[in-house]
Design a protein around this ligand. Sequence first.
Ligand code: AMP
Ligand code: ZN
Length: 450
Amino acid sequence: MYHCGPTVYQRPHIGNYRAFLFADLLRRVLELADLKVTQIMNLTDVGHLVDDAEEGDDKLEAQARKDKLDPWQIVEKVSAQFFEDMNALGVQPAHAYPRATDHIEEMVEMVEKLIEMKHAYRVGDNVYFDVHSFPSYGRLSGNRIEDLEAGARLEVNDEKKHPADFALWKSDEHHLMKWDTVFGPHGFPGWHIECSAMARKFLGDHFDIHTGGEDNVFPHHECEIAQSESALNGPFVNLWMHTKFLQVDGGKMGKSLGNAYTLDDLAERGFSALDYRFLMMRGSYRNSLNFTWEALKGAAEARRNLNDFRSRLLGEGGEPEEMNLESLGAESAVAKARVAFRKALADDLNTSESLAALFVLRNAYVHGELDAAEYPVALALLAEADSVFGFFDSIESGGLSDQEIDQLIQERGEARAAKDFARADAIRDELTAAKITLEDTPDGVKWFRG
Ligand code: AMP
Ligand code: ZN
C-alpha cells in the first residue's frame, strides 16, 4: 500500500499524524490477519503548491523565503523532525519513504509517455494532462468535468485546452528547486505526478491500497488515477481509503490555518505522543474528530488504566502465555474479549469497539470476576492488542507511563530539597528497577528508558 506522506515544509501537526497513524493501524491490522504488507509513504519535497491549486507558490519555497533558508535545508530539518515524531508515536517504519526529488527521472518518463499517448500536451515548457482524454475522470471524487468547468474554483489559465486540465510539469526560471530535462531547463514536477511515479516504482503498475487524508481525494488522487490508468492502460489501485479530518472547533486543523498543534504542544500540557495515539484509536477514520484537551485528557486516563491493568496482571500472573483459545472455553472472559476485539477490527477497523472489549475485560478483573488462571492468556490478549494499537508503555519500564516517571522524578526532587534522602533514594531505586536511567544535568533531571 501507498500513503501520501507529509509535505516537508513545516513540522507535521497532529492532524497530519491522524492520517499517518491510520496508515500504521491499517498495516498492523492486515498483519494481524496474516497478510504480507509492503508499505510505502512518500515525502513531498517539491511541487506542492499553496492551496493545492494550479497556481501559486511552492509550499517549500514560500517557507524557504520566509525562514531565509535554502529549501533543501528545510527538507532535511523537517524530515528529521517527522521521523522523530513518528517514532514517538510508536509508528512502525514503512518499508520505504521515497522523496519526490529523488524520483524526477521516473516522473519525466511517465509524463513523456502521457504525451506520446496523447493524454498530455506541451505548451512551451509546461505540460498539462488533458482531462477529456480520460472518460472516467471524476470517478473517485464525484467531480464531473462539466461541473468543474462551470464552477468558479478553477484558475484561469489561457495555456490550457480545458480549464480542468492539470499540470504534470511546470517551468519557472525563478523556482529554486528545478531540473534541466527534455521539457526545458527550469522545470519541476506537478504534485500529482510525483505520487503516481513513486507508487509505480515501489509497488508496480497495479497495487492494493492507497490512502491519504480526505482532502487528498480531489484533486490529488483523482489526478493520480487519471495519470496512472492512462499511462499504464489498466487499473491502478484496488482500494482507496481516506482519513477524515482532525478538526478544531468544527473546522479543519491545518498548518496554514494557524490552528495546528504539534506533539510539543501536547507535551507542554503533560500529554505523551502515545496518549495522542490512544485518542486516535478511540475514533473511526471514517468520521471527523474534533480535537479538545478534555478528550485528550480522557484518552490519557484510559490509556493509563489499561497500562495499570497490564502491570497488575504482570505482577500477579507472571508471563504472558501463548494464546490457546480451545483450552479457554467459549464462556471465558478472555475468549469473549478476544472474539469481540477481533470482530470489531475486522468491521472496517472499528477500533473504538475493539478497545471497548479490552475495557470489558479490565472491568471484570477490577470486580474480581476474572479467574486468576486466565491472567496469562489475558496478558497474551493484551500483547495482541498492543501489536495493533501500540500504545502501551514498554514492559521493560515496569509499565510506568511517561507522566508517572515525570511525577516520580518531581517527588524525588522535592524529597531531596526536604533532605529526605531515604525517600529520594527509594524513588531512584524504583526507577532503576523499571530500567529508567536518570541523568542530573544543569537543566534539571533528564531520563530515558533502558
Ligand atoms: P500535507 O503535509 O499537507 O501534504 O498533508 C499530509 C497528509 O495529512 C495528507 O494525507 C493530508 O490529507 C493529511 N491531513 C492534513 N490535515 C489533516 C487533518 N486536519 N486531519 C487529518 N489528516 C490531515
Ligand atoms: Zn500523494
